[in-house]
Design a protein around this ligand. Structure first.
Ligand SMILES: Cc1cc2nc3c(=O)[nH]c(=O)nc-3n(C[C@H](O)[C@H](O)[C@H](O)COP(=O)(O)O)c2cc1C
Length: 243
């Protein structure tokens, strides 16, 4: 069995779609191939892989309540490709969006379902995920946390000679557990969808989000985007610009 996962985010690095594709791939059996779709030159490598694939998993961000324009353009080409080659793989979709409600992806899921009807392939469902930006940040926080833990652990060994620092380990596990909890809705639905992909069965449409109370999400998002706008434009644009 072969599954092709396509990361459709236009971002070259650190996209939420890449993170979700990697998570989904972890729960898949058989041959797995992950490809990027950012421009027209990516069509051929993706189509090459699709020739003998059983399933296609599209991982994409939500742009203005629908798929990004480069994905819509790809779908038009893909429709012709599937019809011309008489291919009927199963299509699953993992969509993520910036707002907290995963249901924002409902219209995008409908686009995917319509595409499947037109292209003669099997619509098997998808997962719509809210708070994609923040979920993506949790994995970066986890890497930083782990690095800090190891540095503190080594310093602890040098200072005390003790190899087991239960206080430090407990604090690390507590923080890691919290990050895992934030991701648990996504993990639950990706495990379910992974099982459907492995069985080539219908998974249905499901919506989830980062498991963080909305009022905390809004507070963090406001701080994040205020800082981002200050450093990437706005207030400091003129001051920091190279003259
Ligand atoms: C042009 C553009 C349009 C967007 N439109 C929406 C939207 O309609 N609703 C929403 O919740 N998020 C929207 N977002 C936020 C993205 O869906 C969000 O940042 C997502 O996590 C990006 O995923 P990626 O890292 O995989 O590219 C938009 C972002 C951009 C750049």
């Amino acid at each position: 069995m072969k599954t092709v996962l396509v990361n459709c985010s236009p971002k070259k690095r650190f996209s939420a779609s890449a993170y979700l594709a990697a998570l989904q791939s972890f729960f898949l059996k058989g041959k797995k191939v992950t490809k990027n779709l950012r421009s027209k030159k990516d069509y051929t490598p993706v189509f090459e892989q699709l020739k003998d694939a059983d399933s296609l998993v599209l991982c994409l961000p939500l742009y203005a309540d629908g798929p990004p324009s480069h994905v819509s353009a790809f779908l038009e080409e893909a429709e012709l490709f599937f019809l011309k080659n008489n291919l009927h793989p199963n299509l699953y979709c993992i969509a993520n969006n910036g707002f907290i409600e995963g249901r924002q992806n409902e219209a995008l899921m409908q686009v995917m379902e319509n595409f499947c009807h037109r292209a003669g392939i099997n619509w098997c469902g998808g997962v719509g995920i809210g708070g994609g930006v923040m979920l993506n940040i949790t994995r970066i926080v986890f890497v930083i946390q782990t690095a800090i833990f190891f540095i503190q652990y080594i310093i602890g060994i040098i200072q005390t000679g003790l190899f087991l620092n239960t206080g430090l380990l407990y604090a690390f596990l507590q923080n890691a557990g919290l990050l895992l909890f934030f991701n648990s809705g996504v993990l639950f639905f990706l495990i379910r969808m992974g099982s459907a992909v492995n069985k080539c069965s219908v998974s249905g449409k499901h919506y989830t989000r980062i498991l963080l109370p909305s009022f905390i999400f809004i507070l963090i998002a406001n701080i994040f985007f205020t800082l981002l706008s200050l450093f990437q434009g706005g207030l400091f644009r003129g001051w920091l610009k190279k003259k």
